[in-house]
Ligand binder design. Structure first.
Ligand SMILES: [Zn+2]
Length: 449
């Protein structure tokens, strides 16, 4: 466990807001002690849903009573709620009547609701994590459904995170599998950052890079252990997810954790995609987005950008008006199209800027190609890893058919201002041939006519 301890120490040092991170079996029993160490003399308010209260919340609540400082609450939600405005307001008004520092026992949704509600009330908070389902525990910002679309609201990360590996091992398998996919996605996020750096759009912050990509391979090495609920494998998964969140705190941006693969997932969220009666989990959508993005990276790796005619690419670059028109065609003119226009405008380069980006990316290609070749997990290996962890590996398994996946490559490029491989391929005029290859007879997703 020394590697784990070392990494944890490193992670704690790097956190701006999260001052205590505990990842161990039985961590729920240390909640009252950890709380007292950070918030001496303060009252705790336990927040949970009916399921997480049974899984760990009751023991956390009892722990405060045994420690001689009973917690208020619990504030209990029904299971399977959505992280949306109305729930944030509901929690805010419940907390207004209960002075004290929220201690939320749960995973993604409950953590996001408590993060935002606590911030709006001017209070810090603490979380006891019940599943390794995503990397948002320690992230700055809460992802909330607002007026029909998922948005990230700026608010501080929790002051303390306790991840109980016993509880996480008993969480539904698909939740931990989803977290594994969200973690594997960091490989694409890193590759996109290499491209953004090479194009002079967004330089790599070496310290943040090292936090994630230094230990990354050790975090994802045992996917079968995730499927079997083995505590050592879950411990590495949780450590990876938490550290990635801390890297986002450090960077004050989701760049270290989110690239093109997340844009596929956000696109499908914004399209209100439902499969089998509910929205597929964040991690499962990100997992398919990861395979799609890795296939595109592999296509790019096979090309020689030094031979590319930059003048020709600049000459063929559409005007902003043409891009806006195109967005209307592929995403419509409703709220989704309007959001995409706003994002596409924010990253639209002038011809001079484009020339400089492409010249920089193409001239530096031998070095960045070598770096990418070392960095990228082959798409085939990523598929095997996701499958072993219990994740979907075909788009149809989350209700996305191949034609829709193909259309999603272009659509996803418009919906966020972040520069990713989707932007580079479009600016280089390489997207159309890449689609021919990916969806052709030799590609990952052959489409029969
Ligand atoms: Zn994610």
């Amino acid at each position: 466990m020394s590697g784990l301890d070392e990494a944890l120490n490193h992670a704690e040092i790097c956190a701006r807001e999260t001052r205590r991170l505990v990842i161990e079996a039985g961590a729920r029993h240390r909640a009252a002690e950890a709380f007292a160490g950070l918030f001496a003399g303060e009252q705790a308010v336990v927040v949970a849903d009916e399921r997480t209260f049974e899984a760990a919340g009751r023991e956390v609540f009892e722990g405060f009573r045994r420690a001689g400082r009973p917690a208020s609450g619990p504030v209990l939600f029904p299971p399977d709620i959505v992280a949306e405005d109305a729930r944030v307001l509901e929690l805010q008004s419940a907390l207004e009547g209960l002075p004290g520092i929220p201690v939320v026992v749960g995973s993604g949704t409950l953590n996001d609701l408590t993060k935002l509600a606590s911030h709006r009330l001017g209070r810090p908070y603490m979380v006891v994590a019940t599943a390794a389902s995503m990397d948002g525990y320690t992230a700055f910002g809460a992802s909330i459904l607002h007026e029909g679309s998922k948005q990230t609201f700026a608010c501080p990360a929790p002051v303390a995170v306790l991840a109980d590996l016993d509880v996480i091992a008993r969480a539904p398998r698909e939740m931990n599998a989803a977290g594994y996919a969200d973690l594997l996605a960091k490989n694409v996020a890193g590759a996109d950052w290499i491209l953004a750096d090479a194009a002079g759009v967004e330089p790599i912050d070496g310290r943040v890079w090292e936090m994630v990509h230094g230990p990354f391979r050790s975090w994802v090495e045992s996917p079968a252990g995730i499927a079997r609920g083995e505590p050592p494998a879950l411990g590495r998964l949780v450590l990876g997810l938490m550290t990635t969140g801390l890297a986002m705190q450090e960077a004050r941006s989701s760049r270290p954790a989110s690239g093109a693969e997340h844009q596929f997932s956000h696109l499908w969220d914004m399209q209100h995609h439902i499969h089998g009666g509910s929205a597929p989990s964040h991690g499962f959508k990100v997992g398919i987005g990861t395979l799609a993005s890795l296939a595109l990276h592999e296509d790019l790796l096979g090309r020689d950008l030094q031979d590319l005619d930059v003048d020709r690419a600049v000459g063929r670059w559409p005007t902003l008006g043409q891009i806006e028109e195109r967005i209307g065609v592929v995403l419509g003119t409703g709220s989704l199209g309007a959001k995409a226009v706003e994002e596409a405008r924010a990253k639209y380069p002038t011809r001079e800027q484009l020339r400089s980006q492409l010249a920089s990316a193409c001239n530096g290609w031998p070095a960045s190609r070598a770096r990418l070749a070392r960095h990228l997990i082959p798409a085939r290996d990523a598929r095997d890893m996701l499958r072993a962890a219990g994740c979907p590996t075909e788009p149809e398994q989350i209700g996305i058919d191949r034609d829709r996946l193909r259309a999603s490559f272009e659509q996803a490029s418009y919906i966020r201002r972040r520069f990713t491989i989707l932007d580079l391929m479009q600016r280089l005029n390489l997207m159309a041939p890449a689609m021919e290859r990916l969806f052709g007879p030799e590609g990952a997703w052959p489409v029969q006519d």
